[in-house]
Design a protein. Structure first.
Length: 351
């Protein structure tokens, strides 16, 4: 999948934010560029990648040293945390935030996603770029398409059987279902291989196979098959829960563009559908900078450490443009997302 879709350009002429309309976004883009916030931070990323790789190696060493003991399960916690850091590097690489060339960026993404996580990089990039192009658009954003969960009452009305029961209870089932997300991500990546070109397919298939072999060797050489299976499940469950808790607050419960309504420009489309999460360095680390979701969506190729620096500029610009800038605490962000899911299923509970 080309990374061109993630690179920030001027809004197209004729759009509500384009030159023909006296762009509402262009002044902000110029200000951000003048501040140097779109310049790459190769040194920062190099240090982050090295530290994370050392942390993964230390965790793997701990698994080997702990051996065939149930206490080894405790290491599933740091393993999940550092896997999430690995996923964030793959995410940033897919947005062309790290490397100067597409080839280098893809290499970083393949190594972090396919080899280290066993998650398809091309699948994730394709899905995530479509999300960025049209966030919360029911016809174009795969993140609000019909799946195990649904996001509009129109989608809910079409549910039948078990899926109907899931939709009625999806708010209370949301966090338990995230425990399966780590496995689901791997399955989706493997299923996507048939969509890819032959060269892309064989590269990713080989890296996914190496990951599976290495992961199985690490666990089975350190503990009994039973304990290894439990460790793998707990590890993937915590990993999926962590990633889900990072991505859930960003858009759920925010504006959803009317497919037949007025076409929004880039500024409106990204700001109105996104929610920031307040916090400090710990929040930034745990959420991989995605707590600055508005800034990330406006400037998807902006390096992660610059997102917090862009925040005051974006807030001021939104205020001047009369646009709401939604920012809340982490607990309230989950409350809003769960309230939206509960509301979507309300007609099914009343029936």
């Amino acid at each position: 999948m080309s990374q061109a879709a993630t690179l920030l350009t001027e809004p197209p002429a004729g759009s509500p934010d384009g030159p023909a309309a006296g762009s509402a976004f262009a002044p902000l883009l110029r200000q951000v560029r003048d501040e140097g916030l779109l310049e790459r931070r190769r040194g920062w990323y190099a240090r982050s990648i090295v530290v994370n790789l050392l942390a993964l190696a230390a965790t793997a060493t701990g698994i080997v040293l702990a051996g065939d003991s149930w206490w080894t399960l405790l290491l599933a916690v740091p393993a999940a945390l550092f896997w999430a850091r690995t996923a964030f590097v793959g995410h940033d690489s897919g947005h062309a935030q790290i490397a100067a060339t597409r080839r280098t960026g893809r290499l970083i993404g393949l190594l972090h996603a396919d080899l280290l996580l066993g998650m398809g990089y091309a699948w994730w990039n394709d899905k995530h770029n479509r999300h960025h192009a049209n966030p919360n658009h029911v016809d174009k954003d795969p993140d609000v398409g019909v799946g195990a969960l649904v996001w509009t009452r129109q989608q809910a009305a079409q549910r039948q059987g078990l899926s109907r029961w899931l939709t009625r209870n999806q708010a209370r089932l949301f966090f338990p279902m995230l425990l399966l997300e780590g496995i689901s991500l791997k399955v989706s990546g493997v299923r996507d291989l048939k969509r890819q070109t032959p060269g892309e397919r064989w590269t990713e298939a080989a890296l996914l196979a190496l990951h599976a072999a290495g992961y199985a060797t690490l666990l089975l050489s350190s503990m009994s098959p039973g304990k290894a299976a439990v460790f793998a499940f707990v590890h993937h469950a915590l990993f999926g829960l962590h990633l889900g808790m990072v991505f859930a607050p960003n858009h759920k419960g925010m504006e959803m563009p009317d497919p037949d309504g007025e076409r929004w420009g880039h500024l409106h489309r990204q700001v109105l559908t996104s929610r920031n999460v307040r916090g400090g360095p710990v929040t930034d680390w745990l959420m991989g900078g995605l707590n600055y979701q508005i800034e990330h969506h406006l400037f998807p190729n902006m390096p992660r450490p610059h997102l917090r620096l862009a925040r005051p500029l974006v807030r001021a610009h939104c205020r001047a443009a009369g646009l709401p800038y939604t920012e809340t605490g982490i607990v309230d962000s989950y409350r809003q997302a769960l309230h939206h899911m509960h509301d979507v299923g309300a007609p099914l509970r009343a029936g």
